[in-house]
Design a protein around this ligand. Sequence first.
Ligand SMILES: C[S@@+](CC[C@H](N)C(=O)[O-])C[C@H]1O[C@@H](n2cnc3c(N)ncnc32)[C@H](O)[C@@H]1O
Length: 220
Amino acid sequence: MTAPHNYDHERALWDAFAEHAWKGVAEDEPVFHWTQYKGHGPGPEILGKPESVLEMGHGTGRALAYLAQQGIKGTGVDLSPIAVEQTSKRWGHLGATFVCAEIQDHLVSSTETYDAIYSIFGAAWFTDPEILFPLVAARLSPGGVFAFSQPPAIPGAYGPQGMYKGGFSGPAMFAYRYSYTVDAWADLLGFCGFTDIEVREIDAPKPGHIGTLLGRAMRG
Ligand SMILES: C[S@@+](CC[C@H](N)C(=O)[O-])C[C@H]1O[C@@H](n2cnc3c(N)ncnc32)[C@H](O)[C@@H]1O
């Protein structure tokens, strides 16, 4: 089921997020990890050995900057012009390209293909997978890897979920994100023609804390 997205409206939320998020990482070095916990969980090996990658919703751009440092040709796409301006200034010299676009529009209009396409708490969480996944498959090289991470669903709360920015007072900024069970994500990937599908939950470093859902599949 698709939520009634208004990407102009959602852009305002992500611009505000970018302004805030950047303060925390402006001096940080590039780093690539799939979970929300520093130094925890798998790293870029999940992507195989790509020569080219696309990050969907790159935010601070640190993951793409890390791959660019390894000599990988990287493109990041993000809805927020502020995020794109910041990442271009901070990491552009490493060779990565940062594009401001809504990810589905970008995948439809672009003709480029990639060895890996990924999202780390990024656009794969914030767009309808039934629309996004076939677009991703079309832009992957044969045998290319699609991987995404985000928080696991809250039990019983599946499908599109509304999310207000920063509490329940102030400007009504909101976006939609999509939550499903591990098995439902795997079924969706299979339905969209992906192979070698693995979807799992990675436990948090502390028992009882929020884990991470990690999906990985290949273009058949
Ligand atoms: C939670 S942040 C991602 C965090 C990122 N992995 C980082 O380390 O900063 C989500 C990002 O996805 C982007 N985003 C959300 N919906 C999008 C869409 N439909 N198309 C492109 N980017 C989108 C937002 O602008 C935001 O930068």
